[in-house]
Design a binder for this molecule. Structure first.
Ligand code: PEP
Ligand code: MG
Length: 588
């Protein structure tokens, strides 16, 4: 039924930023209902040969896709196909399929779909985002094997079916689909399933098209949509927008384009204050897909590489070599810019399912170094991979989530031991690699002078520092009014940390979200910070503000903020200063 419905808003998970306005294209995968046909005993052998030939062919196809993905999206996009190669090489799956063909006298395509479906259901039952993504991987491989045994299943060729540029809507996007996708063909991507770490999310980011995933119910409306809006910032999908909504999004889209042009202009200018203080603006990244953005926005390098996210999109824990290739790619592509790699910060709200961490209070539990010390093999391969990639001397290491000096000493000893191991194998690495820590647990701030004698730099993580200082969970909506990085206690912690670093002549930077809040920037400069690390696309915004600041005025502002006792007073001092010295809101 083609009934026009009124404006309707659906909510999903924002996967790739941007706004797309257009008509939908329903991207349907062929159903995998292969019918059961009985074969005679003497046909069994031929059916098994056909199955094995299809396995080989599929493997060759996947290797080819992997190469193309590596060319287009970097090592990480290619990793998705590694997971598929593991599935195709799984001897248990192969043996079970062969046994099913011969014991049930069925054709190979039926056996493949049956065995794979059983596995898929087992994964789906686990009801966890990571495993349901694996279920999709299995389905994708299964499709490819069956397709290679028959001519029935064929992929839709988007270049021939789309009516101009459209928004692709699908139940899910499989890795094998993505080579079919092209920025010149599609406006945006919306999927029913998938979370922020799904392949659809990873690949839409690499394509730089707006995307929202996990929009449950979207396919139900397909026949009734004449126009739709995809808001990749908030995860909103607006079906048949009313004229006022359409106009406001059109305006935002237009402003977005203008903003990009203006930002590009700013990104080419030097990052200095009016009184000639040079401020380094680095980027926070979590995958190789963001390397291009670091370069495009002319960032000084990577101030924080959140490595834990690499492990989310991969089927198995990444091997030393897998990791080496990723860190090496970042170091090489960004050279001579610096690249600060943070040791895996798993725990809290990150990757708990995968590490089977079941704790009542995970943010206070086995997180960061605590977890890595419990998994010596994982830590060893992680350190080996980072050190092996350090030969160009542009990599440094940040130790996350430390509360005590002893954790720093222990990590440094393990790094030294790893260096010796690599040296005895004749491998090259940077023997003088810089080692810093995340300052994100208040205890470290209180002993920061002593800590500064043991490390090369501090990287202040205001996201966690705020959470642990104010005893307010950073992800809990109900305490979001208490969780406030403008709390005077947070500002005092920043002041203590920066002073300790300067006194002991070590580096200090800030990589929490606060570094990207426009009104906070004058305060941070005033406190003495000269290195800020933000999401790549914010680099020009931060630069634009810095170029309008006088660091001496900022110091006076910081001193005022250090004297007040409420968040509200800090915010109002910052807003007044911003209005007087910067004027417009650079985000508008
Ligand atoms: C922080 O805590 O401020 C930080 C940068 O690290 P993450 O957000 O990854 O915990
Ligand atoms: Mg943190």
């Amino acid at each position: 039924m083609n009934k026009k419905i009124k404006e309707k808003i659906l909510k999903g998970v924002p996967a790739s930023p941007g706004i797309a306005i257009g008509t939908p294209f329903n991207y349907v995968h062929e159903t995998l209902n292969v019918s059961r046909e009985t074969i005679s005993d003497h046909e069994i052998e031929a059916e098994i040969i056909k199955y094995k030939a299809a396995l080989e062919k599929t493997k060759t196809d996947i290797v080819e896709d992997k190469k193309n993905a590596a060319k287009r999206g970097g090592q990480e996009a290619a990793k998705i196909f590694d997971a598929h190669l593991l599935i195709i090489d799984d001897q248990v799956l192969i043996d079970e399929t062969v046994y099913f063909i011969s014991s049930h006298n069925v054709q190979a395509s039926y056996a493949v779909s049956k065995i794979m479906k059983d596995y898929q259901m087992a994964f789906e039952k686990l009801q966890n985002q990571y495993f349901s993504q694996r279920a999709f991987d299995i389905e994708d491989v299964c499709r490819r094997i069956i397709k290679n045994m028959s001519s029935e299943l064929d992929h839709v060729d988007l270049s021939t079916v789309l009516k101009g540029k459209q928004i692709v809507i699908s139940n899910n996007i499989f890795p094998s689909d993505t080579l079919n996708f092209n920025k010149d063909l599609i406006l945006g991507i919306v999927t029913e399933s998938g979370g922020s770490t799904s392949h659809a999310a990873i690949l839409s980011k690499s394509l730089e098209v707006p995307a929202v995933v996990g929009v449950s119910g979207i396919t139900k409306y397909l026949n009734n949509i004449s126009l739709m809006i995809v808001d990749g910032y908030t995860g909103k999908i607006i079906i048949n927008p009313k004229p006022s909504t359409f106009e406001s999004y059109k305006k935002r889209q237009h402003e977005e384009q203008k903003q990009v042009e203006e930002d590009l202009k700013y990104s080419k200018m030097p990052s200095v204050t009016l009184d000639n203080q040079k401020i380094k603006i680095l980027s926070n990244i979590q995958s190789t897909l963001e390397i291009d953005s670091v370069i495009k926005w002319n960032s000084d390098g990577v101030g924080l590489f959140r490595t834990e996210f690499l492990f989310e999109s991969s089927l198995s824990v990444l091997s030393e070599d897998d990791q080496f290739r990723i860190y090496d790619e970042v170091s090489e592509k960004l050279y001579p810019r610096e690249v600060t790699i943070r040791l895996l910060d798993i725990g809290g709200d990150k990757l708990n399912d995968k590490m089977s961490l079941k704790e009542d209070n995970p943010f206070m539990g086995v997180r960061g170094m605590r977890l890595l010390f419990d998994h010596p093999q994982l830590l060893r391969s992680h350190l080996r991979a980072i050190l092996r990639a350090s030969g160009r001397n542009n990599i440094s290491i940040i130790i996350p989530f430390v509360a005590n000096l002893s954790e720093i000493t222990k990590t440094k000893q393990l790094i030294e031991r790893t260096k010796k191991e690599l040296a005895s194998e004749g491998r090259s690495f940077n023997n003088k690699i810089k080692i810093g820590i995340m300052v994100e647990i208040p205890s470290i701030v209180m002993i920061s002078e002593a800590v500064a004698e043991k490390v090369d730099f501090f990287s202040i993580g205001t996201n966690d520092l705020t959470q642990y200082l104010l005893a307010a969970d950073r992800g809990n909506e109900r305490v979001s009014n208490i969780y406030d990085s403008f709390h005077p206690a947070v500002i005092k912690m920043l002041d203590i940390t920066v002073r300790a670093a300067k006194k002991k002549h070590i580096g200090v930077g800030l990589c929490g979200q606060m570094a990207g809040y426009p009104i906070a920037i004058p305060l941070l400069i005033g406190l003495g910070l000269r290195e800020l690390s933000v999401t790549p696309f914010l680099v020009p915004v931060v630069k634009k503000i810095i170029r309008r600041l006088d660091s001496r005025k900022c110091r006076i502002l910081a001193d005022k903020c250090l004297k007040v006792s409420t968040s509200r007073s800090v915010s109002s001092l910052l807003s007044d200063f911003f209005e007087k010295n910067i004027g417009e809101n650079p985000l508008q």
